[in-house]
Design a protein around this ligand. Structure first.
Ligand SMILES: [Zn+2]
Length: 361
């Protein structure tokens, strides 16, 4: 029995998201969450998932969403980020089922100063819910990890109470992901804060689990956004097993993995680190930095290879001044952008393979 016997294709929400994550934990795999900024990157990720028969998480960051709307739109009061995430959500909803894979539609890190963005998306979820009986998005992330723990948990709880009637999933972060992403810079964070203690993880569980089961925790285990030279911070995915056991003992539960965990800053991790994280109940790993680089590679190589045809609309420079063959088929964006999609496609499939997600439908 594969995943498509349990959940439908297209954007899934509510209990279907829970079924997907339960199935992933049971079969010891995780789903990559691919950060997308355009319809082109969304389509590349969907195509990769389709051809590998795997579920997919598509997510928009705050800056990625603003880009989706267009850099020409002012982002005052999160206007562009709200618009762009909604535009991206409708694009994904329109095409996802035609790729035949289940898709979790998610929004990435939302820090305190970005909460109006989350409010705007939740308002769109509520409107969509009234008409369709499910929210527009499958899930959102709230990330108040840079604020005091009490504020983080209390505010997350307040948002989760708003999500719960729609069975909207909420991912939260406790402890800090190092490095730099989407304008948030934690490069100088205290090293201890990069490893969340089990007690803190339990506090989150205690606050959220009476409301609904639809939440996941990004607990820090030395994760760093971006790709750096190895050696500075040590990734310790074995800590996640301690969190699972701590919570299991506290609640005297039967499940070995009472927590749905999320792996941030996964770019550049070894296969062994990823495997340990997945074995310890990680169901989602974020992939952004590596797919950014992969997308560039296809465009870059195409431009470098065909530069003699890309300088003018007519004529190949390598054939001399007299050449008058048209270059339209080279500079048409459907050609050079497609090369970026193809190299991103390969990197998404690599993430799928690393996480054991390939062939799970
Ligand atoms: Zn992250």
């Amino acid at each position: 029995m594969g995943l498509l016997d349990i959940v439908p294709s297209g954007v899934i929400t509510g209990d279907n998201v829970k079924k997907l994550f339960d199935y992933a934990q049971e079969h010891k795999f995780a789903i990559p969450a691919i950060n997308c900024t355009t319809s082109s990157t969304v389509n590349a990720a969907l195509e990769a998932a389709r051809d590998q028969k795997s579920p997919l998480i598509i997510q928009f960051s705050n800056g990625g969403a603003a880009f989706y709307a267009g850099k020409g739109i002012d982002n005052k009061d999160q206007h562009a980020s709200i618009l762009g995430s909604i535009a991206g959500a409708y694009h994904v909803r329109a095409v996802a089922k035609h790729y035949g894979v289940p898709v979790v539609l998610h929004s990435d890190h939302c820090a305190k100063e970005l909460l109006p963005w989350l409010d705007g998306m939740l308002a769109a979820d509520e409107v969509y819910f009234k008409e369709h009986g499910e929210p527009l998005f499958s899930s959102h992330m709230i990330d108040l990890s840079a604020d005091p723990k009490e504020y983080n948990i209390a505010t997350t709880k307040k948002y989760f109470e708003r999500c719960a009637p729609m069975k909207l999933w909420l991912e939260m972060e406790i402890g800090i992901t190092g490095g730099e992403e989407d304008g948030v810079n934690n490069e100088s964070a205290d090293k201890d804060a990069l490893y969340t203690p089990s007690e803190d993880v339990y506090e989150v569980y205690e606050a959220l689990s009476p409301i609904a089961p639809y939440f996941s925790i990004a607990a820090a285990f030395g994760n760093v956004h971006g790709v750096y030279k190895p050696g500075n911070v040590v990734l310790r995915p074995e800590l996640l097993e301690q969190h699972q056991k701590f919570v299991k003992d506290k609640i005297s539960g039967d499940s070995e993995h009472p927590l749905y965990l999320v792996f941030h800053g996964g770019s550049g991790s070894s296969a062994e680190e990823i495997q340990t994280a997945v074995n310890n109940g990680v169901v989602k790993m974020n992939v952004d930095t590596d797919t950014q680089f992969a997308y560039l590679a296809g465009v870059r190589d195409f431009v470098l290879e065909h530069q003699d045809r890309l300088m003018k609309q007519i004529g190949d420079l390598s054939k001399g001044e007299g050449d008058s063959t048209p270059n339209k088929k080279y500079y048409d964006p459907r050609n050079w952008i497609r090369h970026g999609e193809k190299t991103m496609y390969k990197r998404v499939q690599q993430a799928n393979s690393d996480l054991g997600n390939a062939g799970t439908l």
